[in-house]
Design a binder for this molecule. Structure first.
Ligand code: HEM
Length: 485
């Protein structure tokens, strides 16, 4: 041990670097290996807490590029090198990485009320201002209670009934016998679903502009240049946000006056038994956030699952048998109960969410000094709860890198090994509100794909995920659709 300065300037003993564990890819480990381990901040004297070990990486940009390139493999490598609580330079700040089931559990359940959603606000507030995920404390509790009225079982049944016809119209006519980039096709499809289910508004020049505005906001939220400068993604995002506000505000009076069952109409009328309801501003802010929260995540999940089904034909056949059996049983478009009866798809989707989590990290900021697994985390600290790291934890999962949906079935139920073993939808009071609808939408998409097409992938192909914002396949994920035999 030697005396070094902390990231915040105090003098402290340095921390010894853990040797590379056998499970981590050496090339990745070498590229992301911390170079000069520095404690983040000195723990209060006599607290018995340890400092958080880590390194800043290259000036200003820190390890941002490694995260973009390697995503959850980066946080895994840091976990392996530095333990469940470490720090690194990230988007011009220092971020504490909470990795592994115990560390993420503590951050997400937030028993000490030390973690705020400012970790998200710092990144996305300009575009998703006052979206539910960006609210804290009582403000969040009240808004979540009102919004829950739009996510009751009968409401979700209604959204599913609106979703299935959109899929039935599009998916059977997707081109066969040639390579297609499935990711952009699914993205346009889920955006169509979102505009139909959430806004009851399909096609036309206005909805194209609205869709573009959403995409601009999502892209801008992860810009490295975070200023309103000409030609930047950031400026496009700010303009997108302004367009979305105008669009939703203009549609509001009719939605308030009508009796529609789309999410927009439902949010306008949602009231808790105590009479809490949303103002016009609230509805606009929530709609903009919900459109974002709903469509990228479902796109990534259905793209990843389509890839795994193509790469594991035995699972594809097993899932298709269930889909065709469902067809021959009812002949009708599937409703919520029918989709939930597709148990093989359920296992495949869970395994896809494990291996390719659409939201691999969630962001927080400490509002006071706190202790995280015996480490001192100072107030004002950006924190990343890296849930996807848990999805590869060898202490929880057998052969964690292998696609093996059966691990979610009885009697194995590996996901039960720890409360935070499998957390693609987050945890604690901010746990995803659209979890049920999102899972049903993905099931409905895959069901429609399987009953119409055989999905194949070039031998040896492996998707490469770009983690600039949520992970998306860098090449659009090339698959082929073939006629059913
Ligand atoms: C596979 C699809 C989805 C995944 C993997 C996913 C993942 C997540 C995660 C990890 C969070 C927690 C964020 C945090 O703790 O800071 C979250 C929050 C949220 N999600 Fe989802 N999501 C999905 C689909 C949806 C859909 C379809 C909707 C809406 C229809 C939705 C609405 C929300 C909302 C409103 C929140 C904020 C909850 C709160 O802060 O109280 N999500 N989602």
């Amino acid at each position: 041990m030697s005396l070094v300065r902390t990231a915040t300037g105090e003098r402290l003993s340095s921390v010894v670097l853990t040797p590379m564990p056998a499970k981590v890819d050496r090339r990745l480990f070498d590229k992301t290996r911390p170079q000069r381990i520095v404690p983040l901040a000195a723990p209060p004297a006599g607290s018995g807490l340890k400092p958080v070990p880590g390194d800043a990486g290259p000036p200003v940009i820190g390890h941002t590029l490694s995260y973009i390139r390697y995503g959850s493999a980066f946080t895994r490598a840091r976990h392996a090198a530095l333990g469940p609580v470490s720090w690194c330079g990230f988007v011009g700040e220092h971020v504490v990485i909470a990795a592994g089931p115990d560390a993420t559990h503590e951050v997400l359940t937030n028993p000490d009320k030390a973690y705020s959603q400012d970790g998200w606000r710092f990144l996305v507030d300009d575009f998703f201002h006052r979206g539910l995920m960006l609210l804290d404390g009582d403000d969040h509790r009240v808004h979540r209670r009102v919004m829950q009225e739009a996510f009751t079982a009968p409401r979700i049944r209604g959204y599913v009934d609106r979703t299935v016809p959109v899929l039935r119209e599009a998916i059977p006519s997707w081109p066969r016998g040639q390579q297609i980039r499935i990711y952009p096709m699914l993205k346009s499809l889920t955006l169509d679903v979102a505009t139909h289910v959430f806004m009851d508004d399909r096609s036309g020049p206005e909805s194209d502009a609205v869709n573009q505005a959403f995409m601009d906001c999502v892209q801008a939220a992860s810009s490295i240049v975070r200023r309103d400068l000409p030609g930047t993604r950031y400026r496009a995002g700010l303009r997108g946000r302004a367009l979305l506000e105008r669009y939703f505000r203009a549609a509001l009076p009719a939605k308030r006056a009508g009796h529609g069952d789309d999410l927009f109409s439902v949010l306008c009328r949602a009231t808790t038994p105590e009479g809490e309801a949303f103002s016009d501003d609230d509805v606009v802010n929530h709609m903009i956030f919900l459109m974002m929260a709903a469509h990228d995540t479902s796109t990534i999940t259905s793209a990843a699952a389509a890839y795994y089904l193509a790469a594991h034909l035995e699972w594809q056949e097993r899932a298709r048998e269930e889909s065709l059996a469902l067809d021959s049983m009812t002949g009708a478009p599937p409703d919520l109960a029918a989709l939930q009866s597709l148990t093989t798809l359920d296992l495949v989707i869970k395994e896809s969410l494990r291996l390719a989590a659409p939201v691999p990290v969630v962001m927080r900021r400490t509002v006071k000094d706190t202790a995280l697994l015996g480490h001192h985390v100072p107030a004002g600290q950006l924190v990343m709860a890296a849930g996807a790291t848990n999805h590869h934890d060898p202490a929880v999962w057998t052969a964690p890198d292998v696609f093996d949906p059966e691990r979610f079935a009885e009697p194995r139920r590996e996901d039960k090994a720890h409360r935070d073993a499998w957390i693609p939808f987050g945890g604690g009071v901010h746990k995803c509100l659209g979890m049920l609808f999102g899972s049903l939408e993905v099931t409905a998409i895959l069901h429609e794909l399987l009953r119409n097409h055989r999905i194949t992938v070039a031998p040896g192909y492996r998707p490469r995920w770009d983690n600039t914002s949520l992970p998306v396949p860098a090449d659009g994920l090339p698959l082929r659709l073939e006629p059913l035999r």
